[in-house]
Design a protein around this ligand. Structure first.
Ligand SMILES: [Zn+2]
Length: 222
């Protein structure tokens, strides 16, 4: 059995789930957030939730939430292979516009949970004509290996009881419900497609059940 190593290398063998470690003010171009840092003792990941406003204002009910799966290429490099960067941007803006809400940035979710290098290998295969599902399978990897247990634990710790979930992915909603967080509404996060990502988005819709009705309007893109 592996031993859990806690913050700053302190051993914490009994701990499970997520532990709140730090709460720091984070002014951003979108507005003011609190960056609440967590250690996930089950998986060893360091996680962060960006909290805006007062989540308790409505008793923790109906909180606007985004569970954003880490995507280095999309979030940091402006990749047009996927729409992750634009979704993160839209989610942060929406939470500020709402006056309160949470964006949980989920590390360990690269490439739907297969990791950065595997994701890049899958992207190389997609450049050769495979779709995003076929590419993962060709590498002998799961199509979606993401776990939302930590996300649910973080929301619980923040006092969130029910959410309006910004996502087009019904599986994300189901996963959160399975982990005991009530989802009152699924709020679409529709990013206008571009030539580079239209095939990827269509695959998400057709093979991964994402709700992307706006793609109907762009039949002209490749
Ligand atoms: Zn991405």
């Amino acid at each position: 059995m592996t031993e859990n190593i806690g913050v700053l290398g302190k051993k914490s063998p009994q701990r499970t789930g997520v532990e709140r470690v730090v709460n720091a003010p984070l002014p951003t171009v979108y507005g003011k957030f609190q960056a609440v840092g967590y250690l996930d003792h089950d998986r060893g990941d360091e996680q962060v939730a960006l909290v805006h406003g007062d989540l308790d204002a409505n008793g923790g009910e109906n909180v606007l939430v985004r569970l954003h799966s880490e995507c280095l290429t999309g979030d940091a490099f402006g990749s047009q292979h996927c729409e992750c960067g634009d979704q993160l941007d839209a989610a942060l803006r929406a939470v500020v516009a709402e006056g309160s809400g949470v964006v949980v940035y989920l590390r360990g979710h690269e490439g739907r949970g297969i990791g950065l290098l595997a994701k890049l290998r899958a992207m190389a295969l997609q450049a050769e004509g495979l779709d995003t599902v076929e590419a993962n399978l060709a590498l002998g990897l799961p199509v979606d290996a993401r776990d939302y247990g930590a996300a649910a634990g973080i929301l619980r710790d923040l006092g969130v009881r029910s959410v309006r979930l910004m996502s087009n992915n019904p599986r994300k909603r189901e996963a959160l419900v399975q982990h005991g967080i009530e989802v009152n509404e699924q709020v679409p996060l529709l990013i206008p497609p571009c030539e580079s990502n239209i095939t990827y988005l269509r695959t998400k819709r057709e093979r991964l059940d994402h709700h992307l009705p706006h793609l109907d309007a762009v039949a002209h893109l490749s």
